[in-house]
Design a protein around this ligand. Structure first.
Ligand code: BDR
Ligand code: CA
Length: 307
C-alpha cells in the first residue's frame, strides 16, 4: 500500500478525508500533521488526535504544526466548520502520548526514513507546514514521490474571495513556494471539488451505519451541509485510491502573493500558452465522478464501522 503523510486542519471535510484514508487498505498513513486553517492549530491538532483515535488508529502519530502563515503573525481562519472545527460534535479525547516534534520536522524525519520516492504528502489545509519543511531541507523534502493538494481555484471563482480558495488564500506564499518545490503536484482545487457534492440520501446512509463512526460523522456533515455541501478534502485521497474517478490537465500553476484584490489566486497556464513562467508543474484536476466518489466513501466508512 502507498505510504502517505496527511497534513490537515480539521475541519469537517478534513475529518471525512482522514477517515477515508484510515479506512482504505490501499493507503498506509505514516503520520498526521496539523496546521492552522479552519481553526487555529491548537484546535486542529486536538481534533486530528481525536479523529485518529475515533478510527481506532491512535497508534498513528499526530504532530502539531504552524500557528501562523509564513508572512503573518496570526492565523487566517474561518467559522464554516463551527467554533470547534467539527460542527459542535464532541469526540472523546485520545489517550495517545502528545508528540513533541513540530510537524515540519516530523515530515522531514519520515521522508528521510522511508525509501526515496515512496511517500505522498497529502495536504488538505493551508500549505504552511509543507513550506516550512521545504525551507528547512529542500533535498529531503524532494524525496517525496508527489504532493496531492486540496487548494486553489484555477478556472472557477474562489470561495473566500472571487479570486481565491481558502487554503491558498490563508497562506499564499506557502502555496506558491510548494508548487515550485520541484515535486510533482496533483492539484484538487474548486475546479473539481465544486463537483463533489454530498446529497441528503448519502448523509442518511452514513447516519444509519452501525458502530462508533457513523453517528459523529453524520452529525458533523449535517452541521457543515448548510454552509458548504462540498467534499473538498476527500478528493485527493479518493484519487489515490481510485484514480479513474478523476480527470486532470497538466498546467504551470502559480499563486498570487501580492495582489490587492487577488491574493491567493491560482493562475494556471495550459501547454498551448507560450507565456507560461515555467514548465508544467501540476496536474490540475477538473472533473470527478461524483456518484463514484460518494459510493467509495460510503463503502469505506462502512468497512471501518464493521471492523
Ligand atoms: C478548503 O477550506 C476548508 O474550509 C476545507 O477544509 C477545505 O480544505 C476548501 O476551500
Ligand atoms: Ca481542510
Amino acid at each position: 500500500s502507498k505510504g502517505i503523510i496527511l497534513d490537515c486542519d480539521p475541519g469537517i471535510d478534513d475529518a471525512l478525508a482522514l477517515i477515508l484514508a484510515l479506512a482504505s487498505p490501499e493507503l498506509d498513513v505514516k503520520a498526521v500533521t496539523s496546521v492552522s486553517g479552519n481553526r487555529p492549530v491548537d484546535q486542529t491538532f486536538e481534533n486530528a488526535r481525536r479523529l485518529v483515535a475515533l478510527a481506532g488508529r491512535a497508534d498513528i502519530p499526530v504532530f502539531r504544526g504552524a500557528h501562523s502563515p509564513l508572512d503573518r503573525t496570526e492565523p487566517r481562519s474561518n467559522l464554516v466548520h463551527g467554533e470547534d472545527g467539527l460542527g459542535g460534535v464532541l469526540l472523546p479525547p485520545s489517550g495517545a502520548p502528545v508528540e513533541g516534534t513540530i510537524a515540519a520536522q516530523a515530515i522531514l524525519d519520515f521522508l528521510a526514513r522511508e525509501p526515496e520516492g515512496t511517500v505522498t504528502l497529502v495536504a488538505i489545509g493551508p500549505l504552511t507546514n509543507l513550506a516550512l519543511a521545504f525551507a528547512m531541507d529542500p533535498d529531503v523534502f524532494r524525496r517525496a514521490e508527489r504532493l496531492a493538494i486540496m487548494g486553489g481555484a484555477v478556472r472557477v471563482p474562489g470561495n473566500v474571495t472571487p479570486a481565491a480558495e481558502f487554503n491558498f488564500w490563508a497562506d499564499p506564499l506557502a502555496a506558491d513556494r510548494i508548487l515550485q518545490a520541484g515535486v510533482p503536484v496533483e492539484l484538487f482545487g474548486l475546479d473539481v471539488t465544486a463537483q463533489a457534492i454530498c446529497t441528503p440520501d448519502w448523509l442518511d446512509a452514513i447516519a444509519a451505519l452501525p458502530g462508533p463512526v457513523g453517528a459523529p460523522l453524520s452529525g458533523m456533515i449535517a452541521a457543515y451541509f448548510r454552509e458548504d455541501p462540498l467534499l473538498h478534502d476527500p478528493c485527493p485521497l479518493a484519487w489515490l485510491v481510485a484514480p479513474a474517478l478523476f480527470t486532470s490537465v497538466p498546467m504551470c500553476v502559480r499563486v498570487e502573493t501580492a495582489g490587492h484584490y487577488s491574493s491567493g489566486n491560482a493562475v494556471g497556464w495550459t501547454a498551448e500558452r507560450a507565456d507560461a513562467p515555467g514548465p508544467a508543474n501540476a496536474k490540475v484536476h477538473t472533473s470527478v465522478d461524483c456518484n463514484g466518489l460518494l459510493d467509495l466513501m460510503l463503502d469505506r466508512i462502512r468497512s471501518l464501522s464493521e471492523r
